[in-house]
Design a protein. Structure first.
Length: 553
């Protein structure tokens, strides 16, 4: 049965982050992603500092507490000292600024009089400087859809983060190729009250962004974040939704999660669950003769088994809060992120994992657990175990309050997992290396706004294309290329559309380097088809040869 989301007090806000197809934002390096092995690696550690008001961001504190080393892969021909934070930022990329201003005008927003670049604290290693540069470009925009007009309070221009490519014991590895790529951020007001409208607004915003002709395409070049809350719950910032189809699923499952957590809160209150005593017990001796391979491997590595009693939690850690995820999973996420352990085991799922009923009884007796209590155990070096159990205790106490405010990562199935606490305002402060940038009336008047997507779609249909094909050309950003190829080659429009939307995509899926096939090559190929010099059936083979870098006569 469909939930009454309005009655539940659902509020959803959407943020879209779109990479621009320009050089980087604060240097002139190309914004290309590399896959080959990097010739250089730089290693760093980051530290947190106070804001100008003497405050420290709690999300930053969590990251620093992990004491990790960051390793950066460097490509000297496409990255420079700015990405390494060894050189001050260059002036803001003028082309990227013009794209941001153009989109702002398309969205009926009011550009600011002066642009001030700010620093947003980020100490997860994805920014070598420990902060991300971001600038407010315009305010009070609007997006018009079939479901109504929605407010866009802010349009920002910021730099993308480095790509995470690996991690191991005590370190994380990043690639600097993505760091500094200009990123347009468009934020809606939190005024959506159903799961489906945000996806429709995201689709519309994506089409307007592509209409500028200056955005990147492909997986990872556009990302959606959601802010979700319900009455009695708490705001969650959900990061990194890549497919529009996932947006309603993520919202529905987050509502389910918050409702389940509120039910757990009421049950804990009904039981009169007491506080969680920070009594982290070493119970390694209970498992010296265990038949559990999981525990035995930990003991063979010289690790400890430590346990914590959660008063009043019996039966609740196994309660499902999202499909395939339970309250115990929430505690496990915290233990992994804040303690650096692989996860937790708890008595709602034991006996299991080779742990016998006798061992469970011994465990309960050792920690003094009563019938209504649960016990959590972790394995690892003692210091990590203590950190992990502290994180578990904190999350268990939050369960008695209801829903903690968090930043969460979107998973491919529509569920979410804990990343860090919701950051505070303390993470933003002015960038002192870049002077304010005035936005003059003359600057705005010089901008050429692209044609609205509806008008372009109507014209594309005039070539005899179906509505679906016209939409695909629009959404892929290839409408302008299509029209030029048809106009200047005289080739049949349906053949040109099929080549761009099907043949080229098929070659890319085969691993062919389609970036070698330039627009001029396509134009010449279509001219030869139109003149009868080559048959249209030969076109795919011709493009395949060009993608392989072979000379084509």
């Amino acid at each position: 049965m469909e939930r009454d989301y309005f009655k539940l007090g659902l509020k959803v806000g959407l943020e879209i982050h779109q990479e621009l197809d320009t050089n980087k934002l604060f240097c002139r390096c190309p914004s290309v992603l590399r896959e080959e092995k990097a010739p250089l690696e730089v290693r760093r550690r980051l530290h947190v500092s106070q804001s100008e008001l003497g405050e420290v961001d709690r999300a930053a504190l969590l990251e620093v507490s992990k004491e990790r080393e960051f390793r950066y892969q460097v490509y000297p021909d496409t990255t420079c000292l700015v990405e390494l934070d060894e050189e001050p930022p260059h002036p803001l990329n003028e082309e990227a600024l013009e794209v941001a201003l153009t989109l702002s005008l398309m969205l009926e927003a009011k550009p600011v009089d002066e642009i001030y670049v700010m620093r947003k604290i980020v100490v997860d290693g994805s920014n070598t400087s420990g902060f991300q540069r971001t600038a407010l470009i315009a305010t009070d925009g609007k997006i018009r859809t079939e479901r109504g007009v929605f407010r866009l309070p802010t349009i920002c221009l910021e730099e993308d983060a480095a790509r995470k490519v690996g991690e191991g014991e005590g370190y994380v590895e990043y690639r600097l190729d993505r760091l500094g790529i200009p990123l347009l951020e468009v934020a809606t007001a939190p005024e959506f009250s159903d799961p489906r409208t945000p996806a429709e607004v995201a689709l519309r915003l994506g089409m307007l962004m592509r209409a500028t002709g200056k955005v990147k395409r492909g997986l990872g070049t556009i990302r959606q974040d959601l802010n979700i809350s319900i009455s009695g719950g708490a705001r969650q910032e959900i990061k990194g939704i890549q497919e529009l189809e996932l947006i309603p699923i993520v919202i529905e499952r987050e509502v389910q999660r918050q409702l389940s957590l509120l039910e757990i809160r009421e049950e804990l209150r009904r039981r009169g669950a007491g506080g969680v005593e920070r009594k982290f017990l070493d119970v390694t001796h209970l498992f010296e003769k265990t038949g559990s391979q999981l525990v035995r491997r930990a003991l063979e590595r010289g690790e400890k088994v430590m346990a914590l009693k959660l008063p009043g939690f019996s039966g609740l850690l196994g309660k499902e809060i999202q499909p395939g995820r339970r309250l115990g999973t929430e505690l496990s996420d915290r233990a992994r992120v804040e303690g650096g352990v692989g996860g937790i085991l708890h008595t709602d799922e034991l006996p299991g994992y080779g742990i016998s009923e006798e061992e469970v009884e011994s465990l309960r007796k050792e920690v003094g657990a009563g019938e209504g209590d649960a016990v959590v155990m972790v394995m690892g070096p003692e210091e990590r175990c203590r950190k992990a159990l502290e994180a578990v205790a904190k999350r268990a106490e939050e369960a008695k309050e209801g829903v903690p405010a968090e930043t969460r990562r979107a998973l491919p199935d529509g569920n979410t997992e804990f990343m860090r606490p919701l950051p505070g305002a303390e993470r933003m402060y002015p960038e002192t290396d870049i002077p304010p940038i005035p936005i003059t009336p003359e600057k705005l008047a010089s901008l050429r706004l692209p044609e609205p997507p509806e008008k372009t779609r109507e014209r594309l249909r005039g070539y005899g294309l179906s509505g679906e094909t016209a939409d695909r050309l629009l959404y892929s950003g290839m409408a302008e290329t299509f029209e030029r190829l048809v106009r200047e080659s005289g080739a049949p429009p349906k053949l040109v559309a099929f080549t761009l939307l099907e043949t080229m995509v098929s070659l890319r899926r085969e691993g062919r380097r389609v970036e070698r096939i330039g627009e001029e090559f396509l134009l010449e190929a279509f001219r030869k088809v139109a003149s009868g010099e080559i048959a249209k059936e030969a076109l795919p083979e011709l493009l395949k040869l060009a993608a392989e870098g072979k000379e084509v006569g």
